[in-house]
Design a protein around this ligand. Structure first.
Ligand SMILES: [Zn+2]
Length: 345
């Protein structure tokens, strides 16, 4: 008998929410199409799997945690349970979508009866990647799934779901975890700088963990390159866009999301320094406190508000498929202008 992984690979937080869902299942009132929404890395997909385990566990009594050891729990943990189906991005597509081919394949699987499960569970993640064709193929089934079958649509961008999909689901909102709980959990995962990562991960355990696994250095490098591009004038800015934002949006979206994140967190730190003199160790960019203060001096609240508006415009442009290089160059140029030394605040 092999040693088993702990059944609760679950991150901390949202315990009451999960308990409520399990309670609803035992009252036979669990909605057949739930939308698990909340910030990335908060444990939505992990909770969907936990729920699938809990409702199908062969050993735990009603209302209890899944045992993690029975056949059902173990096959769900390994991703091999025939009745717990996970649908993710189509690996055959260059763009990040869930395709109509995957949707049809899923419908085919659902036309058979469940093998073993008390409740067959289909987890679609990220559900906002369902393209319209795929979503339309699934609509009828989302509304009236086969017997003993339930959907969990996992997304951190619920507003990007098609309205027809959103209206068929019951929204279940996951929230960030308090730092007082997140820090000890990160420490128990043997993570250095747990306090800093908990803050940077914005209370999302799995995001903080990803930052710990090399992500923190990547994030800081991306931020520092950006700051250099902003302060280095036109040539530096163009060189940055040429290297980091060249290509179609889908190809560069990871890099750009990282940059927009970095700018956003810098601006939040600037705001907290300006508004309440937040101490350095409570900032996201605690390693660049001089930079944060220099930005605070040059921007003032008005400059910050203008840049916030510029960020919003860049995001809308990118969503409207404006060439990423142009959108980012325009954004960095606004930052450059606002941060120019000697500029009147
Ligand atoms: Zn079990």
């Amino acid at each position: 008998v092999s040693t088993l992984p702990a059944p609760q690979a679950l991150p901390p937080g949202n315990e009451a929410l999960r308990a409520r869902l399990l309670g609803l299942f035992h009252q036979d009132r669990l909605h057949h199409c739930m939308i698990f929404e909340g910030p990335p890395g908060v444990g939505k997909a992990a909770s969907a799997l936990w729920l699938a385990m809990a409702v199908n566990c062969e050993r735990s009594g009603s209302g209890a945690e899944p045992c993690g050891a029975c056949w059902s729990c173990r096959s769900i943990q390994r991703g091999q349970h025939p009745d717990v189906i996970q649908v993710g991005l189509d690996p055959e597509k260059a763009t990040p979508i869930i395709s109509v081919k995957q949707a049809r394949d899923l419908l085919g699987q659902l036309s058979l009866h469940p093998f073993h499960a008390r409740r067959r569970t289909i987890i679609i993640e990220p559900a906002d990647a369902l393209n319209p064709e795929a979503a339309n193929a699934l609509l009828k089934t989302l509304e009236e799934p086969p017997r003993a079958t339930g959907f969990v649509l996992v997304t951190s961008r619920p507003m990007d779901l098609l309205p027809t999909v959103r209206s068929r689901g019951q929204r279940v909102r996951f929230g960030a975890v308090e730092l007082e709980r997140l820090v000890p959990w990160l420490q128990a995962q043997q993570v250095d700088q747990a306090g800093e990562l908990a803050r940077l991960g914005e209370g999302c355990p799995l995001r903080a963990l990803a930052l710990a696994e090399g992500g923190l250095a990547t994030w800081r490098e991306a931020r520092d390159r950006l700051v250099q591009a902003i302060s280095g004038g036109t040539a530096a800015r163009l060189a940055w866009s040429e290297t980091h934002a060249r290509g179609e949006r889908a190809e560069v979206s990871g890099e750009i999301a990282l940059c927009l994140d970095a700018l956003q967190l810098l601006m939040r730190d600037v705001l907290r320094r300006l508004a309440c003199r937040a101490p350095a160790d409570q900032l996201y960019n605690s390693d660049r406190i001089e930079l944060v203060d220099a930005w605070a001096d040059r921007l003032g609240l008005m400059g910050l508000v203008r840049l916030d508006q510029a960020m919003r415009e860049a995001q809308l442009d990118l969503e409207a498929n404006v060439n990423p290089r142009l959108a980012m160059d325009a954004l960095l140029s606004r930052f450059g202008a606002e941060l120019r030394p000697g500029r009147a605040p």
